[in-house]
Design a protein around this ligand. Sequence first.
Ligand code: AMP
Length: 143
Amino acid sequence: MSVANILKFKGTNVVTVQPSQSIRDAVDVLAKHRIGAVVVTNEAGAVKGVLSERDVVRHLAQESNAGFDQPVSRAMTERVVTCGLHDSIEEIMEMMTRGRFRHVPVVEDDRLVGIVSIGDVVRRKIEAAELEVVAMREYIATG
Ligand code: AMP
């Protein structure tokens, strides 16, 4: 199963914020959309970073309440690991395990075209396992 297949099910919408927006704005966006991370893009739509709930927690632990008014660029991770539409679900799992993160933005021709979260990966893996069980049962029943 490829990233393109995952996006076919979940859609290509990606929630983004800009580096100059406040951490407070980003927290509101995370809460409103019930998500764990936002991709940080500039006005041209290029990926500049990723801000996850872990970054927010770390930032606020260091800066206290004043941290809310600081820009997203102060807390985000700048070196973002991205994937392409043709990457496989196994490659994404490998990236997440090695990098210890749960979100991978999908980029094609320098354009952000989707995001895969650990939840998407687990959902697809469970579906594949369930299909395998059905196929095995049929195989046994017809044997
Ligand atoms: P997460 O597990 O995705 O909530 O993120 C854990 C940490 O990894 C945070 O510091 C994120 O900014 C960072 N992070 C999340 N996704 C990525 C990614 N695709 N590439 C690099 N760092 C990331």
